[in-house]
Design a protein around this ligand. Structure first.
Ligand code: UD1
Ligand code: CA
Length: 457
């Protein structure tokens, strides 16, 4: 069975943050996640991640999803793979793919095609390479007329070798049994005094084994991030690739400024995304919607013909023909049913808003079940928290909740009832009733004339 080893022990000093470099995110997912997904898509289910610097961050993230091996000191990529030998020994048949956790754009197609080449050529090792315009910083592929002869790192290369533009992606297929032999022969006799995995190519050839190179047509497979500038470049490349895919699918963008759409998001044709919109996680958006400007939508399902303008929505469901915004916060576990209208400065939390219900402005609705065709007046508040526990409010179909009503939970308003503006409702209101809670209004005629007359004296 074929398997994969992902190297993720490095620190990434130039990132200047105490997390392992492969945990920095590209389009909301750690680079390591991109690499794992590429392996999974290529049906490599047996995966070992080699950790080192701040290993706990990675083991916590993986939560047992892959095996791990620990590299106590950063002694180089060859040393890192050695740490996975116990993992390799459990499955010596077949081939092992070694990848770098800081080069997220390796794809399943490249993995599969390079494996086919590796097997067809019966190589002990096949390195995935790419030709790039700026090879600076990468290992260079050395070739003779017999094919690949080795890899030289930038720091060990001669001026002549530095001109080579075919570079090492950091991904390799090894015949697993040969890999274990080759790892035993690597030394740290080089500029960085590290155990270079790249030396396995020349060592294999010296041992009379076959070594090959698979040159990827997609130069992005090599792209890695060594610093924040590099990470921004990866994010930009990934971001634009996602936007182009959506455009191909019929999603419209008049201007892509500030639009970030994670890979996991689905959008149907005819929908328009406006600037400043961030779509994250398991968000699904239907057709002919207008989303934006300035929305953050996370793990939320949105129906068709929905209008979201300056809305933040998390872990919720918004059905078709709903209009929300501007300046609305939909917090987790909310369900906005079809045809509802939610206007400016409204917060909704853990609440169902029935179909065709209107909440035009300035309201807080938390832990509530609101029926259909309800009108929630300006300034209404569900008082759902008494300082100790939270309780629910229920509002019946077609109720009319007057402006500035406070509903002290738990409380139920019946169907087609009214509450008078300014009322604080502490008991249930029956169907078709009017609830009024107001103090007696006193009018004191001539009050200010008297008050200021005194002052003037
Ligand atoms: C490596 C290759 C280089 C290639 C480049 C592609 C070597 C010697 N060089 O260089 O030829 O062009 O990748 O990106 O292999 N890591 C560990 N433990 C270590 C050292 C590294 O786990 O002791 C991990 C890092 O977290 C990283 C990966 O191995 O994910 C690559 O290490 P890095 O230091 O970035 O290697 P490069 O210098 O980029
Ligand atoms: Ca690197």
């Amino acid at each position: 069975m074929n398997q994969a080893v992902i190297l993720a022990g490095g620190q990434g000093k130039r990132m200047r943050a105490p997390i392992p470099k492969p945990m920095f995110c590209v389009l909301g997912e750690p680079m390591l996640e991109w690499v794992i997904k590429a392996c999974e898509e290529a049906e490599l289910s047996r995966i070992c991640v080699v950790t080192g610097y701040e290993a706990q961050v990675i083991t916590d993230y993986l939560g047992g999803r892959c095996e791990t091996a620990f590299q106590p000191e950063r002694l180089g990529t060859g040393d890192a793979v050695r740490r996975a030998i116990p993992f390799l020994q459990k499955n010596l048949d077949g081939n092992t793919l070694v990848l770098c956790g800081d080069a997220p754009f390796i794809d399943s197609q490249t993995i599969e095609e390079s494996l086919a080449c590796h097997m067809a050529e019966q190589n002990a090792v096949t390195v995935i390479t790419a030709s790039v315009e700026q090879p600076c910083g990468y290992g260079r592929i050395l070739r003779t007329n017999k094919g690949i002869s080795g890899i030289v790192e930038e720091k060990d290369a001669t001026d002549e070798q530095r001109k080579i533009t075919e570079i090492n992606s950091g991904c390799y297929w090894f015949c697993t049994k040969d890999l274990i032999d080759l790892l035993g022969q690597i030394t740290n006799n080089n500029a960085q005094q590290e155990y270079y995995l790249t030396d396995t190519i020349a060592i294999a050839l010296q041992n009379g084994l076959r070594a090959g190179a698979f040159c990827s047509e997609n130069p992005d497979v090599v792209l890695g991030a060594n610093d924040r500038q590099g990470l921004l470049k990866l994010n930009t490349a990934a971001r634009m690739a996602v936007l182009h895919q959506h455009m191909t699918n019929g999603v419209g963008f008049t201007c892509t400024d500030g639009i970030i759409i994670e890979r996991s998001v689905q959008i149907d044709a005819g929908t328009e995304i406006l600037p400043g919109t961030i779509l994250r996680g398991n968000t699904v958006i239907g057709e002919n919607c207008v989303i934006g400007p300035n929305c953050v939508i996370e793990n939320t399902t949105v129906g068709d013909r929905v209008r979201l303008n300056t809305v933040q929505a998390y872990d919720s469901q918004i059905d078709s023909d709903v209009s929300v915004g501007p300046f609305v916060h939909i917090r987790p576990n909310s369900h906005i049913c079809s045809g509802a209208t939610i206007g400016d400065f409204v917060e909704i939390k853990n609440t169902t808003v029935g179909s065709k219900t209107a909440i035009a402005h300035l309201a807080y609705l938390g832990d509530s079940d609101i029926g259909k065709g309800v009108n929630i007046g300006c300034g209404c508040v569900t008082v759902n928290f008494d300082g100790i526990k939270k309780s629910r409010c229920v509002i019946g179909d077609h109720a009319f909740v007057g402006c500035n009503t406070n509903l002290i939970a738990p409380v139920t308003l019946g169907k087609e009832c009214y509450t008078a503006a300014g009322s604080t409702i502490t008991t249930d209101v029956p169907d078709y009733a009017l609830a009024i809670d107001r103090g007696v209004l006193h009018i004191k005629e001539g009050y200010t004339l008297r008050k200021f007359a005194k002052k003037k004296k």
